[in-house]
Each structure stands twice: as structure tokens, then as C-alpha cells.
Design a protein around this ligand. Structure first.
Ligand SMILES: [Fe+2]
Length: 244
């Protein structure tokens, strides 16, 4: 009964505020959010086994380790957003696992075979104005992911000046974090850790990037974009990064 109640509350919250926002607003004990589709939903771009291992083992472990890192400390009362915003003040366990939890939630949220780019919605218009075309944006994201040495992420993010930009970050860092040289709110996440693609693409990261950039959930990215523009978090990042 308690589980049903929690599921209903989660579904309502996701409909109201968006999948990624729910994770951002979590505090200890953090929870693995329900995957927004079946393991097979992204096949053939990403195979079901990769999704299952990635979600139920890798993402779940970040959540478990984040709880272990925060348990019994003053950070138990902190929202995930605030843990990331002040990541440089804590040890690597909080930084890596808070990032690992948020980044993977955004990654799942970023992917779909059924929500193509729309140049007329809010993020579509911003993409066209900023990058000139969807292809130009894809090239930048592909380059950001392909040139990230070792493990990390490629991002489309909203800067503190409310512009769109592309960057990459190492390990489980992201632009929300105070330790990141690029600051803002990511709205589209591409995981370039080998565990995201190795079973199907082996060492061919560029092939994975080419495929996954045609499997973006642009409806979700649009929602993330409009939420980020008006969020308190963006104001906090701006004030903390020293920009007025
Ligand atoms: Fe991952």
C-alpha cells in the first residue's frame, strides 16, 4: 500500500515538474527514479542489456553510495541540487555520487526514439538561433563527447546568461558544480563512460555518439530548457560563480 502511494505521488510529481526535477529535489535518503521506459525502448541504438546493467547496477550504485556518503552528516538535509552546487566543499564521495545520480537521471530523461527535434518549440528556436542548425549542434556534442579523455559526459546546458552552450566534463562532474569551469544547468546529457556503449559499440565511441544523437527526447529537453531558464538554481549558480 505504501509503495502504491509512493508510486502515485511520484507519477503526479513527474507530470507536474518533470523527471529530472524530481531527482534534483531529492534529499537523503536518495532513491533510484523509475526508468521512464522499458529496457528495450532504445533498441537498436542502445541494446536492452546495456540499459539494464547501466540503470540497475551503475546508476543504482551511485544512489547507494551517495546515501552512504551523506548518512549521519549535516548533509542529510541537503537537496541534491545543493550538494552539487557546493560539491567542492565536500569529499570526492559526495561529489562523484551526487553527480552520478543526477547525471544518469538526466541521461535517461534525454533519450527517446519517438520525440524528434522541433525547430518551433522553445528549445528548438534557441538551438536554431545559437547554433544555426540541429546538425551543427550535433557536431559540437559529438566532438565534446569524442574528445573527452577517459570517462565523462557531453552536455547541452543553459549558461548563467540564459544562453545555450555545449561542453564536456570528466568523471561524474557537471556544470551545476562549483568545481566546473563551465557553469549552468545541463538540459541534455550524453554519457561517454564505456559502460554506456561497450557491449554494442566496443571501443567505437564516435559510432555510439552518432547513433545516440539521433535518439534524443527533444520534448524532454524542451521541458528541461524552459524549467532551467526560470529556476532558482540558475540564479544560485550565477551568484556563486561571481556573475551579476
Ligand atoms: Fe553511466
Amino acid at each position: 500500500m505504501e509503495n502504491n502511494k509512493r508510486l502515485i505521488i511520484t507519477i503526479i510529481a513527474v507530470l507536474v515538474a518533470g523527471y529530472t526535477s524530481i531527482v534534483s529535489a531529492q534529499k537523503y535518503p536518495f532513491e533510484l527514479p523509475k526508468l521512464p521506459y522499458e529496457y528495450t525502448a532504445l533498441d537498436p541504438v542502445i541494446d536492452a542489456q546495456t540499459i539494464e546493467i547501466h540503470y540497475s547496477k551503475h546508476h543504482a550504485t551511485y544512489v547507494k553510495n551517495l546515501n552512504n556518503a551523506v548518512k549521519g552528516t549535516k548533509y542529510e538535509g541537503y537537496l541534491l541540487d545543493d550538494l552539487m552546487l557546493h560539491a567542492g566543499e565536500y569529499g570526492d564521495a559526495v561529489r562523484n555520487n551526487a553527480g552520478g545520480h543526477f547525471n544518469h537521471a538526466l541521461y535517461w530523461n534525454s533519450l527517446s526514439l519517438n520525440n524528434p527535434f522541433d525547430p518551433h518549440n522553445e528549445v528548438g528556436k534557441a538551438v536554431m538561433t545559437t547554433f544555426g542548425s540541429l546538425d551543427s549542434l550535433k557536431k559540437l556534442l559529438n566532438k565534446a563527447g569524442a574528445t573527452r579523455f577517459g570517462s565523462g559526459w557531453a552536455w547541452l546546458y543553459v549558461t548563467t546568461d540564459k544562453k545555450l552552450a555545449v561542453c564536456s566534463s570528466p568523471n561524474q562532474d557537471n556544470p551545476i558544480m562549483d568545481i566546473s569551469p563551465e557553469r549552468g544547468i545541463p538540459i541534455l546529457a550524453i554519457d561517454v563512460w564505456e559502460h554506456a556503449y561497450y557491449l554494442k559499440y566496443q571501443n567505437k565511441r564516435v559510432d555510439y555518439l552518432n547513433a545516440i544523437l539521433n535518439a534524443i527526447n527533444w520534448d524532454a529537453v524542451n521541458k528541461n530548457y524552459t524549467e532551467a531558464l526560470n529556476s532558482e538554481l540558475l540564479k544560485k549558480i550565477k551568484s556563486k560563480s561571481g556573475k551579476q
